[in-house]
Every structure is written in C-alpha cells, then in structure tokens.
Design a protein around this ligand. Structure first.
Ligand SMILES: Nc1ncnc2c1ncn2[C@@H]1O[C@H](COP(=O)(O)OP(=O)(O)OP(=O)(O)O)[C@@H](O)[C@H]1O
Length: 689
C-alpha cells in the first residue's frame, strides 16, 4: 500500500541559531551528541532563559504552573535549578513525579549524568517494587505519582519534601488526580511546601482555578509565610528544541498496523539515517507489526540494517532497556511502542516518529461493573506529546497516520481524565488508608461519577476491608492497601496465609498482574490449543498457571521451552520478577511462605476469598455456555482463551470481563458454591445457592 503524505500546517519553528544551531548534528549515530559539553547543552535549552523567573515564582508562590513545549527542558532542568537555589538544603528533598515508570528511570539517569553523580545517590528514583534512592544522600528524587501516593501513607504531610513537581500533569492519570487533590490539602497545613505543576499541553487555566485558595482554605492555613502568595502563578516557557515537521495522510487508512509498517519501510528507503519511533496501541498489534516488518524485510531481500525493538509494559526490564542502547553506525533502530514512551522520554537517536493516532484506554461502567480496555483515538494533547519524542537532539519528522482534518476536527483537545472512566476500588482504598473518610467531599480536580464511587465502596465493604462506617478495618484493610495490586488480589494473598498456600497464590497473583502468558498470534490455532492442553488443569486457569510456572522453572527458564509451548517468554520473565517482589512484601506483612503441596482446594478457596464477588452460575439448560453473574444477573460467557472454555463447570469465578460481541470472562476457575458462603457470608445469603 502507498501513503500520500502532505506536510501539516503546524508552522515549522526554525531553530534559533544562537539557541540550538551548534547542537545540529550531521552524524546519524547517537554518539555524536557528545560534541557540546553537558553544561552547554543545558544552557541551550529554552527553559534556561526562564531560570531566574522560575526560581522567583517558586520562592514567592505556593503553586507554580509551568507550561512549555515538549523538549524545552522542564523535567530535567527545573529540579536541578531548585537544587542549585538551595531547595535541597537542610536534609530536604526535591520530588518530581511522572505518570510512567519508564520515564522515571530515564529522566533520573539523565539528570544524574548531567550532574555528574552516580544514579541512586544524589539523584535517585522510586517506582513500584524498585527503590534506587539513598535516604542519606538523595536530594532530587524522581518517582511515579502512584509511589508518591503510597509515600503519603507513611508520611501524610510529605515532610521530607521541600518542592513537589507534578510533571506531565495533562495525562490526568488516576494517581495524578489524587496526588493533586492531596497536595492541595497538604498545602493548607504546610505553607513551606512548594508545588510545581508542569506539562506541554496542560490547560493552565483550569489547573490554576483548581489551586485557587478558597476562603475555607485560608481559614485552615497554619502560619502562612510572610509574602507568600497562595494564588498560583502561571509561567509559559517559549521556544522548543528542534523543529519537527508534521506530515499527515491525505486519505484515512483502515489498517494502521500495515500503514505503520509501510511508513517505516518508506522512511528506511528514502530518508537519511536516524532511528524511528512508532506508536501503536498494545502488545498484539506491536508484535504483529514486528512480524510484518521482519517478513517484509525478508521478502524484499532488503539488506536491512533495521533493528526492530518492541516496547510495552509487559516486557521485562532488560528487554525494555534495549531501546536506550546507542545505534551503531550504518544501522537504524525502530522502536514500536505503546504510549509508555509518550511522555518525558528522550531517545537520542530518534529522528522519525510514526503516530497511529490510537491507544488502548480503560472504560468502566459502574452499572454493570465491567471494565473494558478498548482501542480508542488519542487526544490532540497526546498527539503533540508523541510528536515531541522527535526533535529533541536534532530536527525530526512526524508522520501521523491520519488526516489533518481528522486531527483538527475529530480529535478532542484533551483526553477524558482516567478517574472518570475507571474502576475506583484501588483509588478509594488508598484514600481511606490516608484517612480521607469523606470520599464524596474530596476536592477532586475532576470529579468521578457518584455511581463509580458507590460501586467501589460496595466492593471494599464486601471484601471486609471497610466497616459499616466506611472506615478501613485494621489491620486487614491497611494490609490490602499496602500491597500494590488490585484489592481483590491483595485480599486473596492475605487469605492464603490461613489456608497455607501462599507460595501458590503469590505465583497466581504474579501471573494475574501480567497481560497474558500465552502466545496466541503465532501458527495454527489447533497447535496452540494442544500446547495449552499440556498444562490445562480441570480446576481452571489459575491452577493451569501454576503448572506453567512449574514447567518454566524446571526448564531452567528457557526461551526455547516457551517457544515450543506457545508461552510468552517475556511475560514469564516478568512473572518471575513480580513474584520475587511480592514475596518480599508478603514477608514484610508477616505472611508465612508455605506451599499447600498439591492441595488445590486450598488454592481455589483462597482465590474465592478474593474474587467471590465475581461468581457466576451456568444457566440451567444453557446450550451455549451462558452464565449469569450472581451479583447482577449479567449474561457472561467463558472466554475462548480459558482452559475451561467449552468445559463449562456449573460454578465459576472470573478475574475480569472483556466485551466484544459478548461479555467474556477471563481467567476463570471452578468453585464449590458452599465456599461463597464460607468465605463471604456477609455477601452471600445461603438461600438460593
Ligand atoms: N537522555 C538524554 N540524552 C540526550 N539528551 C537528552 C536526554 N534527556 C534529555 N535530553 C535533552 O534535554 C532536553 C529536555 O528534556 P526534558 O525531558 O527536560 O524536556 P521537557 O520539557 O520535560 O519535555 P517533555 O515534556 O517532552 O518531557 C531534550 O529535548 C534533549 O535535548
């Protein structure tokens, strides 16, 4: 297929000679970046001209909102300016949050490099399950907003931080929104705490409205510093790194994976060297693109020089890190990614950017309690962030796989905040653990629907982590809140302690935390089904996972073994990683690490103790495998990927639902109905079961 590219109307902003001319590289390899000293590179970033203004505003205002183009230097420079100005003196720490783990690590290592210090000492980072900081020496700390939220459980006023910078605030992840609401609350108690809210595409006005002091807030303030302004300041950083030329399609395409592959080959044929970053939506279409690209290269007998690298959250760390390795001369790297690379990342060699215009997004319906991950159009703000991954160390080109008219007329300016389209169970338990009892009255930057909140409270109540007054029950509620997984999985882990099967349940929890351990896209369906049958357990998917995990360990964690058995090697390595981390947390919570030695009833009961609310019964006389949920009498079916597909036991539990033509249950296990009343008598009444 061919594409018809036309340059977009976004005016190319030419690089000011003085600002960026010297940085222009003729060398295609990333190693060329070393020509200018790091100090010079820092001074050439647009944000440098605003250094004094930023420091003045932070000094004089409780909250400063910084809006600046992608690549202008907000993330890497502002924390350093603050440190240079003394905000890290006296044992205080400067925090900078990011919505994504990958960005946290990448920016922390860049800042450590710029400061000439070892990562993990003066500059450190913390992400879920990984802490690379030194409490004695770290003064600039990058962390996900989810981790900052967890830190608040131990230190509600965040006393060790002098400044918290919430970066990429436009993303409006659930954690970002909760963090913003809580920081506003903390400010009322700590006027010495400074906030910086930054992004390239944030709606500064609405953010500023959110942080306006209310009279109520003033009354509650304790000893406001003299001269400190509580009204937020807004600073707009003008200028960008390098020009990124935007190209749109003349006609829409229906198959964006195919279009992305063709565009990669087109660039490789026609354009000078420079790496390519492609944004697709998820593991399946990324792996499909990797395969198509590899096949096309072979068919066309191109002496390729192309190094194709997938990037998604399900990949183990070592594989993800390959995207940062420098490209050797004569080679071209193609990174095919989900939106985990959308914000804050600088991949030095990237010159060309291909944007499919889609991402996978969560949509939750509180009435049916069904959460769907669907492929949906991105917003203009996301498209700008994606384009901003090029043009960071040299000029770039961005190919949008949609028309300009579509960008201007169909794409929304900003996405819907995650809090308004997600299940709130995890979010509410965290707020409760922080002592926020009046959830409905919480000051949200964007309010979630009352239905979602009520549904989440109901689920937490049924899990027996909240009492009749909707307060966390000690200690179980606090333990569930402490395990960084969805509360139903956490509850299952805690229950495994009494049932003597924590070893097995930790494995199951780790598998439930990755997307899928099966490789479905390869070869013939029949072969895949046969491979799966080698591990299949009559009890269902959870027990099957135990068999796969055992086989993987016995094979010496062999990739070959995975390949032969249609098992996703990357996912299995991730399972091993997550399991190790969960084991440490379980020990900290006093859970005995014990195996039930094949007593599968204990394992199934522990799963029931977490997921009892997702119980379903096969409809009597059903010929097509129709189940009804016990809770809402919803019609559901076992997903074809489950080992219980067509087996249809009478009583089952599921982990999640995916809706396509029907509502399908994923990760299904058979149970005895009597266990429901045994583990959750408060939830199920004996009658009728
Ligand atoms: N790892 C790196 N290698 C080389 N240059 C880098 C690296 N990280 C950052 N830079 C340089 O610093 C510039 C500023 O990056 P920074 O992440 O601070 O920008 P930003 O304004 O926060 O952008 P964004 O909103 O896209 O995150 C980049 O455009 C690039 O020139």
């Amino acid at each position: 297929m061919s594409q018809f590219w036309k340059p977009g109307t976004e005016k190319p902003r030419l690089v000011d000679d003085e600002e960026g001319g010297v940085l222009f590289l003729t060398s295609s390899s990333s190693s060329g970046y070393g020509y200018a000293s790091i100090e010079k590179q820092r001074q050439r970033l647009p944000v440098y001209k605003y250094r004094t203004a930023i420091l003045y505003l932070v000094e004089s205002h409780a909250t400063t909102i910084v809006v600046g183009e992608t690549g202008s230097g907000k993330t890497t420079q502002i924390p350093q300016y603050l440190k240079e100005a003394g905000w890290a003196e006296g044992g205080r720490v400067i925090a900078c949050t990011q919505p994504r783990r990958l960005a946290v690590q990448a920016v922390a290592s860049r800042v450590a490099e710029e400061m000439g210090v070892k990562l993990g000492e003066e500059v450190g980072y913390t992400i879920r399950f990984e802490d690379a900081t030194n409490p004695g020496t770290t003064v600039i700390k990058f962390l996900t907003d989810g981790v900052l939220l967890r830190e608040m459980m131990g230190d509600p006023l965040l006393t060790k931080y002098s400044v918290v910078m919430v970066d990429e605030a436009h993303e409006r992840s659930i954690s970002t929104d909760i963090v913003l609401g809580l920081l506003k609350k903390i400010q009322r108690r700590r006027s010495d705490l400074r906030l910086i809210i930054s992004s390239a595409t944030i709606e500064a006005k609405s953010m500023s409205d959110f942080f306006q002091p209310s009279s109520r807030r003033h009354r509650g303030s304790e000893s406001v510093e003299p001269g400190l302004k509580m009204e937020p300041a807004i600073l707009s950083v003008e200028g960008r790194g390098f020009n990124v030329q935007i190209h749109y399609l003349e006609e829409p395409v229906s198959d964006y994976v195919r279009a992305a592959v063709s565009t990669v080959l087109l660039i490789h044929d026609k354009e000078p060297f420079g790496d390519i970053l492609v944004f697709l939506t998820g593991e399946e279409d990324i792996e499909a693109a990797v395969k198509q690209l590899t096949d096309d290269i072979q068919d066309r007998k191109i002496s390729s020089g192309l190094i194709v690298l997938p990037l998604y959250s399900g990949l183990p760390r070592a594989e993800q890190d390959l995207i940062f390795s420098p490209t050797s001369r004569g080679k071209r790297k193609v990174v095919i990614s989900t939106n985990i690379a959308e914000t804050s990342l600088t991949l030095e060699g990237v010159v060309y950017l291909i944007d499919s215009g889609f991402s996978k997004q969560q949509f939750y319906n509180p009435i049916t309690d069904i959460e769907n991950l669907v492929v949906a159009p991105i917003s203009q703000a996301s498209a700008r962030q994606r384009a901003g991954r090029a043009g960071r160390v040299r000029p770039g080109k961005c190919y949008r796989l949609y028309t300009e008219e579509y960008f201007l007329k169909e794409m929304s300016a900003q996405g819907i905040p995650e809090i308004q389209r997600s299940n709130l169970v995890s979010c509410i338990i965290q707020l409760k653990a922080l002592g926020i009892d009046n959830i409905l009255g919480f000051d949200w930057p964007a309010s979630p629907s009352p239905e979602s909140m009520i549904r989440a409270l109901e689920i937490l109540y049924s899990l027996e982590v909240l009492d009749d007054d909707a307060k966390l029950i000690s200690p179980v509620g606090f333990h569930v809140a402490e395990i960084p997984l969805e509360p139903m999985i956490s509850k299952m882990i805690l229950s495994s302690n009494q049932l003597g099967c924590s070893e097995e349940i930790l494995t199951i929890s780790a598998v439930l935390s990755v997307q899928s351990i099966w490789v479905t896209g390869r070869g013939v369906r029949k072969e895949f089904d046969e491979a799966k049958m080698r591990f299949a357990a009559a009890e269902g998917d959870h027990v099957t996972f135990l068999n796969v995990y055992k086989g993987f360990l016995e094979s010496g964690k062999s990739s070959n073994w995975c390949y032969k058995n249609y098992i996703n090697y990357h996912a299995m390595k991730k399972v091993v990683e997550i399991r190790e981390q969960l084991q440490r947390i379980a020990q900290r919570l006093g859970i005995d690490l014990k195996s039930c030695e094949g007593n599968l009833q204990a394992v199934r009961k522990a799963v029931t103790a977490g997921f009892f609310a997702n119980a379903c019964r096969l409809e009597p006389y059903s010929h097509n495998g129709m189940y009804k949920t016990l809770r809402a009498s919803q019609e559901v079916y076992i997903h074809p990927s489950s080992v219980l597909f067509r087996v249809n036991p009478k009583w089952v539990l599921y982990q999640s639902i995916v809706s396509t033509d029907r509502r399908y249950m994923r990760n299904v296990i058979s149970i005895e109905p009597s266990w429901l009343t045994e583990v959750a008598p408060h939830f199920y009444q004996k009658q009728g079961l």
